[in-house]
Design a protein around this ligand. Structure first.
Ligand SMILES: Cc1cc2nc3c(=O)[nH]c(=O)nc-3n(C[C@H](O)[C@H](O)[C@H](O)COP(=O)(O)OP(=O)(O)OC[C@H]3O[C@@H](n4cnc5c(N)ncnc54)[C@H](O)[C@@H]3O)c2cc1C
Length: 488
């Protein structure tokens, strides 16, 4: 059997690792990657040290079912202890270092697969098309033609959109990564306006401050809300709020998943711990009501707080909701995505205390400010930009920090997806993404599972609208490895 895997980011590393662990009959695997960031993707390419991972080691494993796989890799490298995040009490390394972990994991997996008799090759060219006149065939940008039995779409989220139409304007930086290269274009004393106030905006502000930028930095967004601050992990195995329990409850009641069910499980979990639910609801409400710098300061003081509410909520959004997402009513899905996206995102993708401290100091010194109500950004006739929010003001440079939303088709995959739609291998789901069979990851065309194609990541219609994370992708990859190697 020949498996073609399109895309060589974190999800594919996890898939290779899971395939190496399976006892399937050996065959052939070809991995295709259109960029030079093989095994790293956009997130973990080489960059300056200030660009840190934004999660503790147990949340970044590339091996499904082994939460400590990455932690062990770190522990084997004592020199990385210098990246200790004092708030978390754990190392929070530069993202390029995590990229090294991914490279190592991929190389070990490939060596293991080859030892078991698999033929594995990596083709550094994008897949631009698919045809099935007789055999299922992948076509690459370099003119290569590869016949495959099964293929996996693992193309990630792609590049940001140019929402303000500024791509060609001098002084505008559209793709902020790698920061070391992009920030070299920014004179140290200029006023930099950053579009967005999420984790990428935090990366940019911290990156500028840590490389000696002296000019003002304005984070601007419609909401003016910052990500929450990550709390020190406290190991705890939930009894009620688990993917298995939520799925079982839904099966038993033969009903759709409702938010009420998940809230009930959360209440039970907290009550088991002797902790009140009100503390958690207060925190959720404050996300939209508390002044952001005050919230940043308060949450920094609560990094070691033993109340598990926020930790459990983050985990539920990342692990429980995805397991039952296809069973949510369309109405609940739409309501969560349209009305609560920001709150869910802020709480499930928090910033690490190391960055939160740098940001708080920069707010307090007045170098960084946050402005809500962003409406418009226009280039000025000679240089710089005019920004409109509740007033008009000017900036010398603008850097984009808004990432593509879930279900975006990366530019590098546009041709391939067009040919998959034409071949009837999949359809566009009305909610977003490509129609996918829940549980197996197979693409669905006209309601029937496609005999060649599988998918992982946010482009699948069965995934939630929250950006992917390593642990979630690693679990998905383990399930996919099983499905891929099972007899059809
Ligand atoms: C900037 C950023 C920082 C992040 N930081 C963290 C973090 O610190 N901690 C955390 O928990 N999570 C983080 N995440 C989230 C998470 O780790 C990523 O979502 C994850 O890396 C996604 O992996 P992937 O393999 O699905 O996609 P990607 O890493 O995007 O990889 C997909 C690959 O497919 C390639 N590709 C696309 N189309 C084609 C084609 N047609 N042919 C061949 N190749 C193709 C792309 O070039 C790309 O390399 C971050 C995400 C981003 C965007």
């Amino acid at each position: 059997m020949h498996i073609g895997i399109v895309g060589a980011g974190m999800a594919t590393v996890a898939l290779l690792d899971a395939l190496a662990d399976s006892d399937a009959e050996p065959g052939e695997i070809t991995v295709f990657e259109s960029s030079s960031a093989v095994w790293r993707g956009r997130a973990y390419q080489c960059d300056q040290d200030s660009v840190r991972v934004n999660a503790p080691p147990m949340a970044m494993t590339a091996r499904g079912g082994d939460l400590d796989h990455y932690l062990r890799w770190l522990q084997e490298r004592p020199e990385l202890a210098r990246y200790l995040d004092e708030g978390l009490g754990l190392p929070v390394v530069p993202r390029a270092v995590y990229g090294q972990y991914l490279e190592d994991t991929a190389h070990i997996a490939i060596a293991g697969l080859r030892r078991d008799g698999w033929q594995v090759s990596v083709v550094n060219s994008g897949v631009t098309g698919f045809s099935r006149e007789t055999d299922a065939t992948l076509h690459t940008a370099a003119g290569g033609i590869f016949r495959v039995d099964r293929a996996v779409l693992s193309v990630g989220g792609g590049q940001p959109h140019d929402s303000y139409g500024l791509a060609a304007v001098p002084g505008y930086i559209h793709e902020p990564y790698p920061l070391y290269r992009r920030l070299a274009e920014v004179p140290a004393d200029r006023h930099v306006a950053v579009i967005g106030s999420g984790l990428t905006a935090v990366d940019i502000a911290v990156g500028l401050v840590s490389t000696g930028h002296t000019g003002p930095i304005t984070l601007m967004s419609r909401s003016g809300v910052l990500p929450a601050v990550q709390q020190r992990p406290i190991r705890y195995e939930p009894q009620h709020l688990t993917p298995e329990n939520a799925s079982r409850r839904v099966r038993e009641s033969r009903d759709q998943v409702t938010l009420t069910l998940l809230i009930e499980l959360m209440k039970k979990e907290l009550s088991e711990l002797g902790q009140d639910f009100g503390t958690l609801t207060d925190e959720v409400i404050r996300n939209d009501t508390e002044p952001p710098v005050q919230r940043l300061r308060r949450q920094l003081s609560l990094v070691a707080d033993p109340h598990q509410g926020r930790r459990l909520l983050g985990r539920a959004i990342r692990a429980v909701v995805p397991a039952v997402w296809p069973l949510f009513s369309e109405q609940d899905k739409t309501m969560l995505r349209s009305e609560h996206f920001r709150t869910i995102n802020c709480l499930s993708s928090p910033m690490v205390p190391h960055n939160a401290n740098i940001l708080l100091r920069s707010f307090e010194s007045g170098q960084v400010r946050l402005r809500p109500g962003l409406q418009q950004i226009r280039p000025r006739s000679f240089a710089g930009f005019t920004v409109t929010d509740d007033t008009e003001w000017t900036a010398d440079m603008v850097i984009n920090a808004v990432n593509p939303p879930a279900y975006t088709v990366p530019q590098a995959a546009a041709g391939l997806i067009r040919s998959l739609l034409t071949a009837g291998s999949t359809e566009r789901h009305p909610f977003g993404g490509l129609t996918t069979q829940p549980g197996t990851g197979r693409l669905l065309g006209s309601g029937r599972p496609d005999r060649t194609w599988y998918v992982q990541g946010n482009i699948a219609s069965t995934s939630t609208f929250i950006a992917t994370d390593p642990t979630g992708l690693a679990h998905e990859a383990a399930r996919l490895a099983h499905a891929l190697t099972a007899p059809q």
